[in-house]
Design a protein. Structure first.
Length: 127
């Protein structure tokens, strides 16, 4: 396979098939998961539990940690992840705007403090 991966022409040809293979893989996984969920046997496969995801309410975390007097407000804010989309519905309700208008308003208000971080590069076809 290494020789094949070193041939740029073959690599480009294979890259053309990636979207099709990804779509195929996603469709197969979904079909198998649905069949297993419906109680149909798919030889060699079973549904397994995904485990649990732990989450915390920001207000409760802030109260608990600030009451400990071990960290200060700046430490807490530095550690918390802010997502604009979580604030949009609240902002829309408080300002009596649509969600679309609230998103624009928030972005405008926060534009001077927004920090852009580059995303990881991705492969794109040259047109």
């Amino acid at each position: 396979m290494e020789k094949w991966l070193e041939d740029n022409d073959k690599l480009a040809e294979a890259m053309e098939m990636v979207p099709l293979m990804e779509a195929f893989t996603k469709a197969v996984k979904a079909a198998v998961k649905q069949k297993l969920s419906d109680g149909v046997t798919v030889p060699g496969f079973k549904l397994r539990g995904s485990g649990n995801m732990t989450s915390y309410e920001a207000k409760e975390v802030a109260e608990q940690l600030m009451d400990s007097n071990l960290i200060n407000w700046d430490d807490l804010m530095e550690a918390m992840k802010f997502q604009l989309e979580n604030l949009v519905p609240v902002w829309a309700d408080k300002t009596e705007q649509s969600k679309h208008e609230a998103r624009i308003d928030l972005k405008s208000r926060l534009s001077k403090i927004a920090k852009l971080k580059p995303k990881a590069p991705s492969v794109a076809k040259i047109k």
